[in-house]
Design a protein around this ligand. Structure first.
Ligand SMILES: Cc1ncc(C[n+]2csc(CCOP(=O)(O)OP(=O)(O)O)c2C)c(N)n1
Length: 567
């Protein structure tokens, strides 16, 4: 007989979270969540709460934590504005498959629907941006809702869950009994592997002359790095990565041919339209990767492995669909394929890579005079950290440059944290502080543009209060750089509202008691990066980079990936 005890709903929230293994909560209090915060006061030994400076910071921090710790991230917010401040993060977590449980306070159930103070229909608002959400208005429903929330957030394709708890449910008394979900009727997040599909895929791979492996974040989420390597090596195929897949496969492996997408490498984009069998693992054929779908890999047979059935045949019809967890599918495929060597095919990527080097990379990395380029900063950082730092990027040119020039080597944990699907400016600073909690022994570097930094810079306050060690690298071009690049290329250089007059970021950091410096000269860059990396505790380095630097290659919107431009 399980012992039950009488506690409040608010206390049940904490017990249920702890029962699910929660050690860390990012949050911000307010009226409708006060009973939970009061219970938290008594549970501070068992669970750590990080007081952020804005609820958007809480959810991005929970995302960063979830992605490095590979656990469910948890955040708290009050009703009304607290809850609506979570929406961007929910949308971001949904599209980038990040497991979260967000708990919001709600007005008392008798006030629901009366436009009470700080009442908002967060269930309605968050419906399209959550994997699941629920409003709880009775204390006794809390443990089951939280247990179910964790199960749904983490199983299958991960995603965010929101649990809205009315104030009377928080105050209400209940008999606590631990609940844990191992399955939910009609929800089958882990598909059964279709052996026939594996055999069909293996036959295609074995017969292929130019097979090509595209890796997405699904490989990281399923922790399939080892299985991916084994499959890649046995099959002998070239391997390319999507933005969120970076880190799953070593970027220095001889079969690695580069990064895909709008600002990806030249060869892996062009070669997509030359391969005969394309094996896509845990990626969803995002428009930034495909360009014009009507001209995408038409010549190839497509093998698509994805845990989310909704992704299969959504954009690119699959010749063989493998609805499965990446790890399981790759293991089965490795056992079924024959060992092959496709060196001549891999070598054909090198000619295009050389063209990219001559026309783009060489000019970005070998400068001796003139303004600093973002690429050389990231390249040097990559060398100094040997590709082993956890890199958290914001959104814009610096993000694309980082994806191109940082040589991700980290495979023991997720070293690549960025807002891929939603492209949320303001993501990096809070996500980096969360990532540090999830991966405390690693160097965590947040690479941010001067625009995006100003979207969530208030989280410097959280860093100050919690004494978190995050290395902040601002690549300052005094522009909303990526938008300015588009204005230059596609709007006849009409720079409409993209130039920024910025504050003194060094002084700003110092106001938060964070050590900082600014560099503008190439000769000072290396030492400044050393200081950033070696400083004990958080450090902010602002690097002044060329104002009108552009990111190339580039696939113009609507164009085919074969039309990727080098200038
Ligand atoms: C919240 C949000 N608003 C607007 C955008 C559109 N946007 C994409 S990149 C970009 C410019 C980013 O500028 P900055 O942070 O300075 O980085 P840079 O491109 O210069 O590296 C903008 C405005 C966005 N992605 N997110």
């Amino acid at each position: 007989m399980i012992k039950k005890d009488t506690i409040t709903g608010a206390e049940a929230v904490l017990r249920a979270l702890i029962a699910e293994g929660t050690e860390l909560i990012f949050g911000y209090p307010g009226g409708a969540i006060m009973p939970i915060y009061d219970a938290l006061y008594h549970y501070s030994e068992q669970v750590r709460h990080i007081l952020v400076r804005h609820e958007q910071g809480a959810i991005h921090a929970a995302q960063g934590y979830a992605r490095t710790a590979r656990k469910v991230g948890v955040c708290f917010a009050t009703s009304g504005p607290g809850a609506t401040n979570l929406i961007t993060g929910l949308a971001d977590a949904l599209i980038d498959s990040t497991p979260l449980v967000c708990i919001t306070g709600q007005v008392s159930s008798k006030l629901l629907g009366t436009d009470a103070f700080q009442e908002t229909d967060v269930i309605g608002i968050s419906m399209p941006v959550t994997k699941w959400n629920i409003q709880v208005s009775r204390a006794e429903e809390i443990p089951a809702a939280i247990a179910k929330g964790f199960f749904i957030a983490a199983s299958g394709r991960p995603g965010p869950v929101l649990i809205d708890i009315t104030k009377d449910a928080q105050f209400g008394e209940m008999q606590y009994e631990a609940v844990h979900y191992k399955k939910i009727r009609s929800f089958q997040p882990i598909p059964k592997l279709d052996v026939q599909a594996i055999e069909q895929a293996a036959a295609l791979i074995n017969a292929a002359q130019k097979p090509y492996l595209l890796v997405g974040q699904g490989a990281i989420l399923s922790r399939a790095e080892k299985e991916l390597l084994a499959f890649a090596e046995k099959s002998g195929m070239p391997v390319a990565s999507t933005l969120l897949g970076l880190g799953a496969f070593s970027t220095t492996h001889p079969q690695y041919v580069g990064y895909l997408g709008m600002h990806g490498n030249y060869a892996p984009n062009i070669k997509t339209n030359e391969c005969d069998v394309l094996v896509a693992v845990g990626m969803r054929f995002d428009d930034r990767v495909t360009g014009d779908v009507s001209r995408y890999a038409k010549q190839a047979k497509i093998i698509h492995i994805d845990i989310d059935r909704a992704e299969i045949n959504k954009i690119i019809p699959a010749t063989v669909a493998i609805h499965a967890d990446a790890k399981e599918a790759l293991t089965a495929l490795s056992q079924t394929i024959t060992e092959r060597n496709h060196q001549t095919w891999i070598d054909s990527f090198k000619e295009l890579a050389q063209q990219e080097y001559e026309q783009v990379i060489r000019h970005e990395l070998s400068l001796e005079q003139g303004e600093l380029k973002m690429a050389e900063v990231v390249h040097l950082l990559s060398e100094k950290t040997q590709g082993k730092a956890v890199i958290v990027t914001d959104v814009g040119q610096h993000q694309m440059i980082t994806s191109r020039y940082y040589k991700y080597q980290k495979q023991d944990s997720n070293g690549n944290i960025t807002s891929g699907g939603l492209g949320t400016m303001g993501f990096a600073l809070p996500a980096a502080l969360g990532a540090k909690f999830g991966s405390p022994c690693d160097t965590v570097v947040a690479i941010i543009g001067d625009g995006g930094f100003q979207m969530t810079l208030q989280e410097l306050g959280t860093i100050l209060q919690e004494q978190i060690d995050v290395k902040i690298l601002i690549l300052n071009n005094n522009f909303l750089g990526m938008v300015r690049q588009w204005q230059q290329l596609f709007f006849d250089k009409r720079y409409s509202f993209t130039d920024l007059i910025n504050p003194d970021f060094v002084q700003l950091a110092k106001a938060y008691r964070i050590e900082a410096q600014r560099v503008s000269e190439r000769r000072d860059l290396s030492a400044a990066l050393d200081t950033l990396l070696q400083h004990k505790g958080t450090y902010l380095l602002e690097v002044m980079v060329a104002k009108e630097d552009n990111v190339f290659p580039m696939v113009p919107t609507g164009a085919s990936i074969s039309e990727i431009r080098l200038s």
